[in-house]
Design a protein around this ligand. Structure first.
Ligand code: 2NL
Length: 350
């Protein structure tokens, strides 16, 4: 209902809105409209005195009428809030309690790293394979050319189960897999070459938690077996991976290494992602970070998988997504990736 005065009409939307205000907003609005010093209607009332007599009567009446409507609306809202509060009190609800802010979800950094790595290899023709976390000694060690007296097979290094293998499985102890390589063995046995697979998963070792060790952590391995595959394919593919995952200008280097299941073997470093090669505490001043191990699949491993090592060759790599996430995001302690503390994960998700 118009007052007939544009300056007073300008206040009508605020009159309407009073029925929606919270207790705090109601108090502030009351001061803003009716306050003795700076209230908008108080100012209008002050203007009345300066008007000619006829106009003074008409405008004064309009201001007073509007003031009464505001006063009634403020009183009604206060009453409504009070009765809501009483109802809430009876129901055991405290309506004055601040609302919980909503948690915004984000991918876990390790999940993000695994998905990106898998994505990069899928782009170049690799598929994903998965396998059991409880394994036999044969799949986890012996098929991979570990000698039977290798220290990794010791009870001090590997978690063994107190149960015999299932019927039809090779004899030997059951254990929690110490790497994802047994899935590569299963893949080669199930499907003859050409094979190009990546295998992400959790692996287990008899280590206590500290800043750089965990008894459970992730690994992702890749395997390519075909006719005519050479170390050139290994290098080209892994350098391509480093350029896709880090950046196209990331420097890489290969250093000779040893694994029972590859020959020759190497480790690949990328330039330190924190100092970009100049040397910092994260790379111990070297300017390089080790991100993976790799090599040409040992012929004995191919033969264990019924693959003719005269006809076929292959290369493989393994890396640790928990470690990669720590290097990439500068996370100093692996336990931060295990504890699910939202103060940490929420920051990373931003
Ligand atoms: C590392 C090293 C590696 C492999 C894993 C592999 C699997 C088969 C045959 C040959 Cl079936 N190799 N996997 C090869 C080289 C290195 O992992 O440091 N991982 C964190």
């Amino acid at each position: 209902m118009s007052t007939g005065y544009p300056d007073l009409d300008a206040l009508l939307p605020r009159l309407e809105a009073i029925a929606t205000l919270s207790a705090e907003a109601l108090e502030a609005e009351e001061i803003a409209v009716l306050g003795r010093k700076a209230g908008e209607l108080t100012a209008a009332l002050k203007r009345v005195a300066s008007l000619a007599i006829e106009e003074r009567k008409r405008y004064g009446a309009a201001v007073n009428q509007l003031k009464q409507r505001f006063e009634a609306a403020f009183a009604a809202r206060r009453e409504a809030l009070e009765s809501e509060r009483k109802q809430g009190e009876q129901a055991g609800i405290d309506l004055t309690m601040p609302a919980r802010t909503r948690w915004v979800g984000a991918e876990h950094p390790v999940t993000r790293v695994v998905d990106e790595i898998v994505g990069i290899f899928r782009e170049i023709g690799f598929t994903v394979a998965l396998g059991p976390e409880v394994e036999t000694e044969w799949y986890n060690f012996l098929a991979l050319n570990f000698p039977a007296d290798h220290p990794a097979m010791d009870m001090h290094d590997t978690l063994y189960l107190d149960a015999p293998p299932a019927e039809g499985e090779p004899a030997g102890r059951l254990l929690l897999r110490t790497h994802t390589s047994p899935v590569q063995i299963r893949t080669l046995l199930a499907s003859p070459p050409p094979v190009r697979v990546v295998i992400p998963g959790m692996v287990y070792r008899n280590d206590a938690f500290d800043a750089s060790h965990s008894p459970a952590f992730s690994q992702i391995e890749g395997l390519a077996v075909d006719e005519g595959i050479s170390f050139v394919d290994l290098k080209a593919t892994l350098i391509h991976f480093a350029h896709r995952f880090f950046s196209p200008s990331t420097k890489t280097r290969f250093r000779p290494s040893f694994f029972p299941f590859t020959e020759p073997s190497a480790e690949m470093d990328v330039e330190c992602q924190l100092c970009h090669g100049s040397g910092c505490p994260a790379c111990k001043g070297t300017g390089w970070m080790e991100i993976l191990g790799c090599g040409m699949v040992h012929p004995a491993v191919l033969e264990n998988c019924k693959v003719d090592s005269e006809k076929y060759t292959g290369w493989a790599f393994g890396m640790g997504p928990h470690r990669i996430a720590m290097l990439r995001y500068g996370i100093p302690d692996i336990r931060l990736l295990m504890e699910g503390d939202m103060r940490f994960l929420g920051k990373l998700g931003e």
